[in-house]
Ligand binder design. Sequence first.
Ligand code: HEM
Ligand code: HEM
Length: 173
Amino acid sequence: MEKNKPRRDNLFRFTLDILIFIGFLLSLDPRLTGIPIHEWLTMAGIAAIILHLLLDWNWIVGLTKKFFRKVAFKARLNYVLNWLFFIDGIVVMISGILVSEVILPLLGIQPVGGHTWKTIHSFSADISLFILALHTALHWDWIVTVVRRYLLQPLRHPKTSKAESVGQGEVQA
Ligand code: HEM
Ligand code: HEM
């Protein structure tokens, strides 16, 4: 990830990350939302994740190029974990589509269904929760910095932070 990203960029990322986070938690409990919302919400989530990846595209390309050279351990760990997240996410989505009860029938396609695909869907969803916990932990410093600087500080010292935001406006990732 690039260091010293402009203020607006960080706020945009933060808002997007929070929305993805809430959507992801909701998708882990289809009984709460019902299957139709579960299916549409997770399909819409694809666009959000693509945006999430595009915002860090330079980081992805940069690390792919230098992965086997000298790279900090944490960045390497992030990189491997992000790939695991990506692969597991594909398994969740494909198995979800194969057991779809709403979207596929709506398109006139008969879903494959079956116990095996449901088990794969459920299991890969459990794994994704585990990976998300690690992914969040690895970005904890960034999250705390953004919350402190752009949410708590303006609430505590509204005037100072307004003046600060003009000149400073940057946060370390
Ligand atoms: C499911 C919910 C997810 C949440 C809440 C989340 C949250 C975050 C946060 C807070 C950051 C640091 C700030 C930023 O750059 O936005 C980040 C970075 C990143 N995330 Fe996610 N993320 C999620 C899913 C994913 C998935 C599925 C992938 C991979 C397919 C992914 C790949 C990345 C990459 C490549 C970065 C930047 C590089 C890095 O430092 O690891 N994220 N994510
Ligand atoms: C972020 C992506 C997704 C996550 C985290 C997720 C998670 C889950 C979870 C935890 C369950 C409950 C499994 C159980 O009761 O054992 C479930 C069920 C289900 N999901 Fe997903 N899902 C995702 C994407 C999708 C997609 C894209 C579709 C279809 C378009 C889909 C269709 C279904 C259906 C039909 C069920 C009910 C299956 C059954 O009767 O056991 N899911 N999902």
